[in-house]
Design a protein around this ligand. Structure first.
Ligand SMILES: NC(=O)c1ccc[n+]([C@@H]2O[C@H](COP(=O)([O-])OP(=O)(O)OC[C@H]3O[C@@H](n4cnc5c(N)ncnc54)[C@H](OP(=O)(O)O)[C@@H]3O)[C@@H](O)[C@H]2O)c1
Length: 225
């Protein structure tokens, strides 16, 4: 069955790859991010009948409310919501990190995900839909002073809590935990890392499970070399 999928952070990396894979698999996508030019290019690649660009800063709750209104006005419903937008920091640890980078990571990686989940809930309740959070291998490991890693521990726990709330309404929640993926998240190329398409395959696996199946967590890591 064709699903309507809303993805934040869809202008690059994992979000873009999930959007491409979803359309390839016959689904429709609402694509949110701040970069209008990248979203417009992606819509013209995927086809305006299958994709919609929604220029949104996820840290603005009102902008997220508008994003949901526009997506549902356009496609009529939402079956899958993916709060994927996320940021990291270049400095290692806490002492050397800037307060601004801590604020940004917690705002985008944690707070904005709670807004997405809140505004998604009534739509997913209606369709008994699916929320797919993007955690990280960093949410399973102890990483020297890392605030970023702690934001992903938040996502891992929050996914289980949301799973109870949406589960009660007949929906389901998956948390996908990628290991290192070669995306614009890093300033330099990561040739030994996963490709965004590796995560997109896992994403399609999770959302295409039959209705009675729930995949709460999926870890997708690079093979040990
Ligand atoms: N790469 C990895 O190794 C890795 C591993 C594990 C988990 N992850 C997680 O995977 C997710 C995607 O990361 P990625 O690797 O694909 O990185 P990426 O290529 O840098 O993509 C990040 C996306 O987030 C969007 N974004 C950032 N701030 C935003 C904001 N305020 N409002 C709306 N959109 C915003 C960016 O779009 P705009 O700039 O256009 O707004 C972009 O589309 C993140 O949650 C990240 O923590 C990544």
């Amino acid at each position: 069955m064709s699903k309507v999928v809303l993805i934040t952070g869809a202008s690059s990396g994992i979000g873009e790859a999930c959007a491409r894979a979803a359309v390839e698999a016959g689904h429709k996508v609402a694509l949110a991010a701040r970069s209008k030019d990248k979203l417009d290019a992606l819509v013209s690649d995927l086809g305006a009948d299958k994709a919609l660009a929604l220029v949104t800063d996820v840290t603005d709750p009102q902008a997220q409310e508008r994003m949901f209104e526009q997506a549902v006005a356009h496609f009529g419903r939402l079956d899958v919501v993916v709060p994927n937008a996320g940021v990291g920091a270049s400095a290692r640890g806490t002492e050397a990190g800037s307060v601004e980078s801590f604020q940004k990571m917690i705002e985008v990686n944690c707070l904005a995900v709670t807004y997405t989940a809140k505004f998604a809930m009534p739509h997913l309740r209606e369709t008994k839909g699916h929320m797919v959070l993007i955690g990280s291998m960093a949410g399973y490991e102890t990483m020297w002073g890392s605030v970023y890693s702690a934001t992903k521990w938040f996502i891992r726990g929050y996914a289980d809590n949301l799973g109870k709330e949406l589960g009660e309404a007949g929906g389901r929640v998956t948390c996908l935990h990628p290991g290192m993926v070669d995306t614009a998240f890093f300033d330099e190329a990561k040739p030994d890392a996963l490709r965004a398409e590796d995560i997109a395959r896992a994403f399609i696996f999770a959302i295409e499970q039959p209705d009675h199946v729930r995949v709460p967590h999926m870890q997708v890591y690079p093979k040990d070399s």
